[in-house]
Design a protein around this ligand. Structure first.
Ligand code: ZN
Length: 396
């Protein structure tokens, strides 16, 4: 009997301490719509600010491992965000518009649920609404990614410890007659906080928390609305709050999405894209600082769900010696007060005059980059498909 107990104890210690090659702390960054040129544009702009023609690096492009990821969905060569996020979370290709369900509409298990069952705390963070496609694929199952209220109602069942983002779309349901989102989530076990101050108060006693921007209080978020009130917490601040809340005692998985890279690219708004990529990189920097303190136990992956806009640096007419005039674009951007007040035609003209090419107002089928560092990062080098990501993340 005693022998058996010792054996059991050894087994428990072994399984408890050794997660093999799986990192204790996992960060998955998704730059929504962030293709190679979006990354190059941000770096080119950094160099321009330094008076150079190139050579500046974002935090994540300095990571030691890199690769490429194909993004096509079950029914289209060009994916939508919900099908791409479903590939990330379940390893299964599905139809554009589907969320966490297979092409026949059957719910799929998310790897985040598996990680939670094996003792990981889970944090889902985004710069756009928490019930938008990418974050939603980590906790919801729906045939219609735009049925926001039905998606919100699935959030509590996840039991994930931390959510943060720019509020919720369809705050009172599509018909505006449903119980408001704050009350619904609080009734179902979550402390909902608006702004940093409420978060500091509520995090002392809450075991599950949802952090929204102060400006989102009791309001519905619209699609593709980019808000930049100065008082808002940026993505790096949301991530910092998540790391603080989850702590480093237990293992955790954090997904952190730069959602407005895609929104700016849908508008072909070059400087908003640059700004969004730089703010996304600032959040990656926070994870990198965490990595430096927990080098042997941390994995950071930075990738995208698809490319948006068909962005190129160098427009047709300027081929040979493209004139990329960041100064001109920056001036227009500042004149607008960093809000897109330009109509499509004048925006297009501005891009063309400054050597920036866009082929579409939608997504493209281009492969996306993957950058990684830390424990297990070598699994993310080379060329693979977006459906390979969960197995790579869960590998022990
Ligand atoms: Zn999009």
């Amino acid at each position: 009997m005693k022998k058996n107990c010792i054996l059991l104890l050894c087994l428990l210690m072994f399984t408890g301490c050794s997660s093999g090659n799986r990192a204790k702390y996992i960060f998955l960054f998704i730059g929504d719509g962030m293709g190679n040129s979006h990354v190059s544009a941000a770096e080119s702009y950094l160099s321009y600010k330094e008076g150079k023609t190139g050579g500046d690096r974002l935090t994540f492009t300095g990571f030691p491992e890199s690769g490429f990821c194909t993004t096509y969905s079950y029914d289209h060569q060009i994916t939508g965000s919900s099908a791409a996020a479903t590939a990330f979370t379940t390893g299964t290709k599905t139809r554009n518009g589907y969320l966490g369900e297979d092409p026949e509409g059957r719910p799929l298990e998310n790897f985040t649920a598996k990680l939670k069952d094996s003792g990981y705390k889970i944090g889902i963070i985004t710069s756009v609404p928490i019930n938008n496609a990418t974050p939603a694929a980590f906790y919801a199952h729906d045939r219609n990614r735009y049925d926001y209220y039905r998606i919100t109602k699935q959030l509590p069942a996840s039991g994930f410890e931390f959510f943060a983002g720019d509020g919720f779309s369809d705050f009172n349901g599509k018909d505006k007659k449903q119980l408001n989102t704050t009350d619904y989530l609080e009734k179902n076990g979550y402390a909902v906080c608006y702004g940093k101050k409420e978060f500091s108060d509520k995090m002392k006693y809450a075991d599950k928390i949802i952090l929204c921007q102060e400006a989102d209080r009791d309001s519905s978020m619209s699609d593709y609305e980019i808000k930049r009130e100065k008082s808002d917490m940026d993505l790096s601040c949301l991530l910092e709050s998540g790391i603080e809340f989850l702590g480093d005692e237990k293992p955790f998985f954090i997904m952190c999405e730069g959602g407005e890279i895609d929104w700016a690219a849908h508008e072909n708004h070059t400087m908003d894209v640059v700004d969004a990529v730089l703010r996304f990189d600032k959040a990656v920097q926070k994870a990198y600082e965490f990595y430096l303190k927990h080098k042997k136990e941390t994995l950071i992956i930075v990738t995208a769900d698809h490319e948006t806009g068909g962005l190129t640096l160098g427009f047709g007419k300027t081929w040979g010696y493209p004139k990329l005039d960041w100064g001109d674009l920056e001036t227009e951007w500042e004149k607008e007060g960093r809000r897109d007040t330009l109509d499509y035609e004048s925006n297009k003209k501005l891009n063309e005059e400054n050597g920036i090419g866009w082929t579409t107002l939608s997504h493209t089928g281009a492969m996306v980059p993957v950058f990684s560092i830390g424990k297990g990062a070598e699994r993310f080098k080379g060329m693979f498909d977006n459906t390979d990501i969960p197995a790579k993340l869960l590998a022990k």
